[in-house]
Ligand binder design. Structure first.
Ligand code: AMP
Ligand code: MG
Length: 266
């Protein structure tokens, strides 16, 4: 599966990664069965994760506007028990959040043992939009990569497995998706005119993302770059990576209470 797992310090050039890639699959039909199997397997693994209560899984999703973060969550999590998942969408920080360090609002919602946490945007916005728009001086945002690495290291040491996915779409694909939001009445609510201004800064965002991949891909919490023009392929490889990661945790159901074989329910 050509999902790209970034190595520590690796210089990724996004222009060299094809957002249309679909690996060995021809089309959506070809991948349908495997996706369904992955979603089913994810539900089983989540059940053990929850029962065992030892590990937490944190899934971080970042992308350009219209990159498919919402759709990924809707489609990939369709099989899991809602009781074991917490999705947090990070918006522009509130006054209270801004009055704290940038990780304050993040740390509060890291999943606890047994839970899957999904971040729709994340602490990485503090070195992406914040950098592109000079919301704080460079001397401040430059220090954040190191803070992020230490923070994620703390989480990993505390039993949190971190999967960070960048949904890689092309600028043309973004154009089509923004256009669809304008054209289709049920998508109009999602059209944000501010996205057009962000689109003019495409290259600045690409540079900011490439720096993130280089600086914040330690072995314990690497970035994964997902070709994402084809939604079905995006879903397939993300679900595959989640399944493989959960399987790697070698989880077990807890021991049952002793003497259960003799129990009689009147
Ligand atoms: P959406 O994901 O479409 O609901 O938009 C959320 C908006 O919040 C995006 O424009 C983000 O760039 C913005 N946002 C998220 N986190 C931050 C942050 N730390 N600082 C500034 N803007 C942010
Ligand atoms: Mg938006």
């Amino acid at each position: 599966m050509p999902i790209i797992k970034v190595k520590p310090g690796q210089k990724v050039k996004l222009s060299e990664i094809d957002p249309n890639d679909t690996g060995k699959f021809k089309d959506k039909k070809d991948a349908k069965k495997i996706l369904a199997q992955n979603i089913e397997r994810m539900a089983e693994l989540q059940n053990v994760l929850y029962a065992e209560g030892k590990h937490a899984l944190l899934i971080v999703l970042q992308a350009m506007d219209a990159g498919g973060k919402d759709g990924t969550i809707r489609q990939i999590m369709s099989g899991v028990n809602p009781q074991g998942v917490v999705v947090t969408s990070f918006k522009k920080p509130t006054a209270e959040e801004l009055a704290h360090d940038f990780l304050w609002r993040i740390h509060k919602v890291v999943p606890s043992g047994g839970m899957i946490g999904i971040f729709n945007r994340s602490h990485y916005e503090d070195v992406l939009v914040v950098r592109v728009h000079n919301l704080v001086p460079e001397s401040i945002w430059q220090t954040r990569y190191e803070h992020i690495n230490y923070f994620e290291h703390l989480l990993v040491d505390s039993g949190v497995t971190i999967l960070k996915f960048y949904l890689h779409i092309s600028k043309d694909e973004q154009k089509e998706r923004l256009r669809a939001r304008l054209d289709q009445p049920h998508k109009r609510w999602k059209f944000n005119p501010a996205d057009l201004a962000e689109r003019t800064r495409w290259d600045d965002y690409i540079a900011a993302f490439e720096d993130v991949f280089k600086k914040c891909s330690p072995r314990a919490a690497p970035w994964y770059i997902v070709p994402a023009n084809r939604k079905w392929y995006r879903n397939l490889i993300i679900s595959e990576t989640i399944v493989e990661t959960l399987e790697g945790l070698n989880m077990k159901y807890p021991e049952a209470a002793p003497g259960l074989d003799e129990v009689v329910i009147e």
